[in-house]
Design a protein around this ligand. Sequence first.
Ligand code: FES
Length: 407
Amino acid sequence: MAQDEKKKVQLRSASWFGTNDKNGFMYRSWMKNQGIPDHHFQGKPVIGVCNTWSELTPCNAHFRQIAERVKNGIREAGGIPVEFPVFSNGESNLRPTAMLTRNLAAMDTEEAIRGNPIDGVVLLVGCDKTTPALLMGAASCDLPTIVVTGGPMLNGKHHGKDVGSGTLVWQAHEEYKAGRITLEQFMDMEASMSRSAGTCNTMGTASTMACMAESLGTSLPHNAAIPAVDSRRYVLAHLSGMRIVDMVHEDLKLSKILTKDAFINAIRTNAAIGGSTNAVIHLKAIAGRIGVDLSLDDWSHGKGVPTLVNLQPSGKYLMEEFYYSGGLPAVLRRLGENGMLNNDALTANGKSIWENVKDSECYNDDVIRPMDNPLVASGGICILRGNLAPRGAVLKPSAASPHLLKH
Ligand code: FES
């Protein structure tokens, strides 16, 4: 972006740092204890890097490294990065359930963004509830915002076979209880399943919400699937840091991206990826924060969309194969070519979703199935109503036993 264009938008942070009075003195002086020079307070966008890093959220434990790459990108583009922590509601350790603290994390995010001198924000998300929580909080503030996901773990490997996150747990437990394996073998299975940084590598809630964030347009293309330890994850973090600075100059707020069309794209994407039913509650909550009317009935937009992505738990492969096969852009292209995408929906890089994906290639038709050979002919989620659930209930027909489909 040209230098003269960059000056047009009045920076929000200027109401803290831009005055030569006692307030400006106070705000700048305390920040200067970090060694920040005067010229950094003279009209440079201040970018919050909202970090859910925690060693108690193992899926997000590598986020300090990701944050450094984001900050490098922000500096390169002429912004000032300020990293701040928010509550990290990790799925694997937190009792009784991370769902109870999703809204707490959302409130934490909202207040941290709203109350501080921030012009734009990068959300570092990964483990299941961290993605919706941070998007909810950011949506309430409606600043320029970009999502950077930590990425999925590498495939688990046990005795030469691929192992998805969570899949060995029950098997190992049963076999050890029955005396068919030793404690040493049990421990070996445990270590083989989670062998790199990152989130669960199946199409569980974390991968689903990463795909939701990308299909909503809140991240750069390919954000959902690049493995956590792949060098391209760090490149994406760097580029996202650069991009958020331009988003501030363009005043590209979250509300311009999170439109009803974007949510319908996400609903159809959820059907195409065989995504988690948890997306229903999370998307509804994000929509509510940004003022988009998204009801349970809107999930009918996913009706008739085939499930193309052949990933566990419904299918065969894991997130590594998904990325190597073309990732989410390849899926979105197939949806767009078949009239199942609102092509004009705007995304974080300033382009429409269709511009982003129209040339995307699929490199393995068994991982990302073509429309005429889907994993499930009609994917998606059904909303049920009746005297057992007058306000509606959610069912994923592709994952339900046939006897559940009639009551
Ligand atoms: Fe964190 Fe699965 S437990 S992503």
